[in-house]
Design a binder for this molecule. Structure first.
Ligand code: UD1
Length: 360
């Protein structure tokens, strides 16, 4: 086994807040970690800003891959990352989440005989049309240590025959949230947009199934427009969604305010102060659970069932009438009392570092 450093791989926006506390916890134990950024996300607002705010060390390697088709993007990451592995001879490769960068790096590492550790293992939506679901399944089957956020993940892995190396450790994204929430809230980012605390809704939409099909996107915007009559809505746009709205010539109502992609702190502050969040993201379902903010998930399934069990998240689907009905109902009643899943206590990364330390 190599006694080289650990390589931590990140590529897309949701990776950064998961990797940051793990790198910190490993370094605190004196373990050498180098960050490799694939460049899957490359706009300053989608990447650099997060490094600055999370106090993450600059990546030792930036692969500059950028956007492409799934096959080409994954393939390019593999070619570039293999060369990095040859230079560093890492003892282990650490990946997180379910993006194309995650599976690409895991596959390269395991084929070179380097053990892979997966942060956020075991989540399943059981929907193989989601690119992330394929990435999750593949990565888990390649991994040596599998760090799970919620108990359903352990059950899912066992059903696929994976029991060795599985550890329920909690949620690293919540570690980051707990570290930054007070500061994020105190910045009062909602004031910039002329809305008041607990009197606005916050939207994010970027999933291909919701935004790439004209009819689906029109239906969702129609439902959200109806809700904007009741409450002003802030809508930071992912680049994919921005280009689809333009392409399909969809107009937005006045009370739906379009914003550019936001920094981590600004978005966290808005989530904490929102009356209601409407999203098709995976991570935001977890962040709203940790904050106790009511959330409507505009998808047919969730790989994060604990967020629904805790009572803040509602899996509403994508049918416009159902979204409007539930939205009106939630706006008309008090938010449920905040209830946080076991081990979402801000110490998941420490547990991960303790486990990784036994293997280096
Ligand atoms: C990726 C992840 C998804 C995650 C999301 C968070 C995969 C399969 N999907 O989806 O799980 O929730 O990131 O944002 O890995 N673009 C830019 N600038 C950027 C990045 C992207 O303009 O910095 C545009 C490009 O037009 C690109 C499109 O966004 O084609 C999609 O980017 P891509 O990384 O392929 O997937 P995401 O939809 O961001």
């Amino acid at each position: 086994m190599s006694n080289g450093p650990i390589l931590g791989v990140v590529g897309a926006r949701p990776n950064f807040m998961k990797m940051a506390p793990v790198v910190k916890a490993l370094r605190k134990k004196g373990i050498s970690v180098h960050l490799v950024h694939t460049g899957q996300h490359y706009d300053r607002a989608m990447s650099e800003v997060f490094f600055e705010e999370l106090g993450m060390p600059k990546p030792s390697e930036f692969l500059g891959i950028g956007s492409d088709t799934h096959g080409r993007q994954t393939g390019k990451i593999m070619i570039a990352f293999e060369e990095v592995c040859e230079r560093y001879e890492p003892s282990r490769v650490l990946v997180c989440g379910d993006v194309n960068s995650t599976v690409a790096a895991a596959l390269v590492a395991v084929k070179k005989g380097i053990p892979v550790d997966h942060v956020e293992a075991g989540l399943r939506s059981f929907d193989r049309e989601m690119p992330e679901e394929i990435n999750r399944i593949m990565t888990d089957h390649l991994s040596d240590l599998l760090f799970v956020t919620e108990k359903a993940g352990v059950v899912n892995l066992a059903k696929e025959g994976i029991e060795q190396g599985v550890h329920l450790v909690g949620n690293c994204m919540v570690d980051t949230l707990m570290e930054h929430r007070v500061r994020a809230f105190s910045l009062g980012p909602w004031k910039t947009y002329g809305v008041e605390e607990k009197s606005f809704g916050l939207i994010t939409l970027h999933r291909p199934s919701n935004v790439d099909v004209e009819e689906n996107l029109k239906g969702l915007i129609g439902a959200l427009s109806r809700l904007s009559v009741e409450i002003p809505l802030l809508f930071p746009l992912h680049p994919r969604t921005r280009s689809r709205l333009r392409e399909f010539k969809i107009d937005l109502p006045e009370r739906m305010k379009i914003l550019p992609p936001l920094s981590y702190l600004e978005f966290l502050g808005l989530m904490a102060a929102a009356r209601l969040v409407l999203t098709d993201s995976g991570g935001i379902q977890e962040e709203t659970t940790a904050l106790g903010t009511p959330c409507m998930t505009l998808r047919e399934n969730t790989e994060r069932p604990i967020t629904v069990e805790m009572g803040t998240n509602h899996l509403v689907g994508v049918e416009p009438g159902t979204i409007v009905d539930l939205g009106l109902r939630l706006l008309g009643k008090e938010a449920p009392v905040r209830s946080v899943p076991p081990l979402w206590d801000g110490r998941a990364a420490e547990r991960i570092a303790d486990l990784v330390a036994t293997r280096v």
